[in-house]
Design a protein around this ligand. Structure first.
Ligand code: UDX
Length: 450
């Protein structure tokens, strides 16, 4: 099938490359000419394991192309995916400007006698698909473009795998209680055809209304974020009550109704989705006249959690960290990505600098992206190093912020020799065994671990 994808961010590029790999002919469209030219040369604008190879292979096989020419891409495509960004606004609501721009462009460039489906893959609040369909009609009253909602659930760092092995495929249409009309049936059968190569017996295909589909995505992200804020709160209680959150989470997770996933206490969640989507769902509720207290509290708990580790560092040193060298291991919001959006590391480093510390920071991938998030003044207090060893040599404290695999096997015995003035490890992700750290001669400070 001929498919156009609008937006070459995480969702758009992964969707485009994976659909091309299933055998479709995919054209990815973006308004950013420099970005398109770079991708054509195989330069992916972000770090995502497996994606560069997939893009390269499918370009070579002539199933994947990139352009800024929206008109031609729309004309040739039977199905168009809308994968542009929906960044959060000041008030927490999602900015739908780009989603509507693409919708309008599709309406303008689709001849009235052509049937096409326009699939909203971006995360959008309930009511967006309906507004898009209205916009299509207003722009071209005889248009046959049919809007579908088909949220994407991929995780950064595992995006290609998540796309090819989804837990479910959700498709929302303008279902009515009366008999569905012919165009909707045609649209549903077209999207089933797109995913034919992706579907497996064990992957449920859920067909529902636009609004239900839109809320499924928000609710899934908000629920996972709630789990994290919940376990972080219990970790803070465990700290005071002299209990161990790792054992608590492990035992809780054995109850199949709870499950152990997303019960990892730490420095707070970040990224492009959880913070934005929790706020957007709360904001949507507010627009409907409902106060979503739980969601607001999940967000506030997470904001507060970002202070927990720097406060522990300040407490440990009795607020005297002026000119102290503190090593920060890991900058990206989670491992296997260069994404720094809402990364707890930024907040933590800024707070330590405000209190006079000198930072040595290392991340396997995210250093360049991180540099843009600090002021000139702050940058004077940060040394970004080329390796973990450079960062941990001659330091006075080590704070693990992002649990990249290479930090899991820190050699504490060697550390003692390379950093004789370092007597403490702050474990922001609870990845180390306190006994081993203490045995090597360090103090151990985790999150909710006594
Ligand atoms: C998330 C959803 O998982 C995905 O389905 C959706 O499509 C987009 O949002 P992503 O933001 O890429 O994906 O990362 P995820 O692995 O979910 O982690 C989000 C944040 O939660 C990270 O900051 C991570 O460190 C944190 N986290 C995760 C915890 O603090 N504890 C946990 O137990 C799990």
């Amino acid at each position: 099938m001929k498919i156009a994808i609008f937006g070459t961010g995480y969702v758009g590029l992964v969707t485009g490359a994976c659909l091309a790999n299933l055998g479709h002919h995919v054209t990815c469209v973006d308004i950013d000419e420099n970005k398109i030219n770079s991708i054509k040369q195989g330069i992916i604008p972000f770090y995502e394991p497996g994606l560069p190879k997939l893009v390269k292979n499918n370009i070579q096989k002539k199933r994947l192309q990139f352009t800024t020419d929206a008109k031609t891409a729309i004309n040739e495509a039977q199905a168009i995916f809308n994968c542009v960004g929906t960044p959060g606004k000041e008030d927490g609501s999602a900015n739908l400007e780009y989603v509507f721009q693409v919708t309008k462009t599709v309406a303008v460039h689709t001849p009235s006698d052509q049937f096409k489906i326009l699939i909203n893959k971006s995360t959008v609040p309930p009511g967006t698909a309906k507004s898009c369909q209205k916009l299509i009609k207003e722009t071209n009253p005889s248009s046959q473009v049919q809007i579908l909602s088909n949220p994407e659930f991929l995780k950064e760092g595992a995006a290609v795998h998540d796309f090819t092995h989804p837990d479910r495929i959700v498709v929302g249409t303008n279902q009515t209680t009366t008999k569905n009309n012919e165009l909707i049936e045609k649209a549903k059968s077209l999207i089933r055809k797109i995913y034919l190569g992706r579907s497996r017996l064990y992957i449920p295909f859920i067909e529902t209304s636009w609004e239900t589909s839109e809320i499924i995505k928000y609710a899934s992200n908000a629920f996972l974020a709630t789990k994290i804020s919940f376990i972080n709160e219990v970790a803070n209680i465990a700290d005071i009550a002299n209990a161990d959150i790792k054992v608590i989470a492990q035992a809780m997770g054995m109850d199949y109704r709870i499950s152990s996933k997303f019960l990892g206490a730490g420095v707070g969640y970040g990224g492009s989705c959880f913070p934005k989507d929790v706020r957007a769902l709360a904001n949507t509720a507010k627009q409907f006249g409902y106060t979503a207290n739980l969601l607001t509290q999940v967000d506030l708990t997470n904001k507060a959690q970002k202070d927990v580790l720097p406060n522990k560092i300040l407490n440990y040193f009795q607020n005297k960290i002026e000119n102290k060298t503190i090593t920060v291991l890991g900058l990206s919001f989670k491992p296997k990505t260069s994404d720094m959006r809402e990364a707890p590391s930024t907040h933590i480093i800024k707070k330590l600098i405000q209190n006079g510390a000198k930072i040595k920071a290392y991340d396997p991938i995210a250093i360049e992206e991180a540099k843009h998030l600090f002021t000139e003044n702050e940058l004077q207090s940060i040394t970004f190093t080329q390796s973990q060893k450079d960062a941990t040599t001659n330091t006075e404290a080590i704070a693990l912020i992002t649990e990249w695999d290479e930090f899991r096997t820190l050699d504490f015995e060697s550390l003692k020799i390379e950093a004789p003035n370092c007597h403490v490890i702050f474990d922001g992700r609870n990845i180390y065994e306190p006994d081993q750290v203490i045995e090597a001669g360090f103090d151990y400070v985790g999150i909710g671990r006594q």
